[in-house]
Ligand binder design. Structure first.
Ligand code: G6P
Ligand code: MG
Length: 235
C-alpha cells in the first residue's frame, strides 16, 4: 500500500506569485528588443514567465537572434537587467501580492516550511524590496540551478535545502514552464492565475487568498500519493 506523504514545505515561485514583476520583465525585454530593431512578440509577458534570462532574450529577439554574436547577446542581457534593476528599485511592501502575508503566518503556525524557488538571479533584491527576505526557511534562485524551468532543478534544490522529498512539497507557480517542471520533478503542482496557461496543474487558484495551511494540506493529500508513486516510493 502506498503511504501519502506529509506536507513539509511549500515552494513559492517569486515573479507572478508573490509580486507582480512580470510586467517589468516584459517591458524591459521589449525596450531592449526594440532598441536593436527587433520586434518582440505581442505576448512576451506570458512567453518569458519563469524562463531564464538567456532563454528569455532569445524569445524577445525572435528570428533576429541570429544577427548577433555571443558577446552582443551577453551585452543585451546585461542591458535589460540593468533596466529591470532600475524598475524594481520602486518596489515596496505594498507590492506583496494579496494573501501572501496571511498565508506565510498560517504556514508558520502549522509548522510547514516556506521556501523560495525562483528562476531569477535578482530574487534576493526583489525580496528585500518587498520586505519578506526573513520569511523563508531556504532560498533557491537563479544561482541555484544549471537547467532552468521546465527542468525541475530549482525546485529540487529548494526541497533539498529543507530536507524534504519532492512528494512532501507543494510548488506554487504562475508559469506553464514552472508547472511542467514541478510535475516532472515529482511535486504537487498548484497553478496560480492564468487558467489558459496552467491547465496541466494538479490544482488551480486565482490568488493566494484562495488557500491557507489547512486547504494546502488537503490539496497535497489528494495528489501526493501519485507523485510519491511516480518517484518510485511504492511503500
Ligand atoms: C523569473 C521570471 C522570468 C525571468 C527569470 C530570470 O522566472 O518569471 O521572466 O526571465 O526569472 O530572471 P532574472 O532576473 O535572473 O533575469
Ligand atoms: Mg513566475
Amino acid at each position: 500500500m502506498t503511504e501519502t506523504p506529509e506536507l513539509k514545505a511549500v515552494l513559492f515561485d517569486l515573479d507572478g506569485v508573490l509580486v507582480d514583476t512580470s510586467e517589468l520583465h516584459a517591458s524591459a525585454w521589449a525596450q531592449m528588443a526594440r532598441s536593436v530593431g527587433a520586434t518582440p512578440p505581442a505576448d512576451i509577458k506570458d512567453q518569458v514567465r519563469g524562463i531564464s534570462r538567456m532563454e528569455s532574450l532569445k524569445i524577445a529577439l525572435g528570428e533576429d537572434v541570429s544577427r548577433f554574436s555571443e558577446a552582443e547577446l551577453d551585452e543585451m542581457a546585461a542591458r535589460k537587467n540593468a533596466r529591470y534593476l532600475e524598475m524594481v528599485q520602486d518596489l515596496t511592501s505594498d507590492d506583496l501580492l494579496p494573501g501572501a502575508g496571511e498565508l506565510f503566518d498560517d504556514l508558520d503556525a502549522a509548522g510547514v516550511k516556506i521556501v523560495l524557488c525562483s528562476a531569477s538571479k535578482n530574487a534576493k533584491t526583489v525580496l528585500e524590496g518587498i520586505g519578506i527576505s526573513d520569511r523563508f526557511a531556504a532560498i533557491a534562485d537563479g544561482h541555484s540551478y544549471e537547467r532552468g524551468k521546465p527542468h525541475a532543478d530549482v525546485f529540487w534544490a529548494g526541497a533539498r535545502m529543507v530536507g524534504a522529498e519532492p512528494a512532501e512539497c507543494i510548488v506554487v507557480e504562475d508559469a506553464a514552464a514552472g508547472i511542467t517542471a514541478a510535475l516532472d520533478g515529482g511535486f504537487v503542482a498548484l497553478g496560480m492565475g492564468h487558467p489558459e496557461l496552467l491547465a496541466h496543474s494538479h490544482h488551480l487558484i486565482n490568488d493566494l487568498r484562495d488557500v491557507d495551511a489547512a486547504s494546502l494540506r488537503d490539496i497535497h493529500a489528494k495528489h501526493a500519493a501519485i507523485c510519491n508513486r511516480r518517484n518510485g516510493n511504492d511503500g
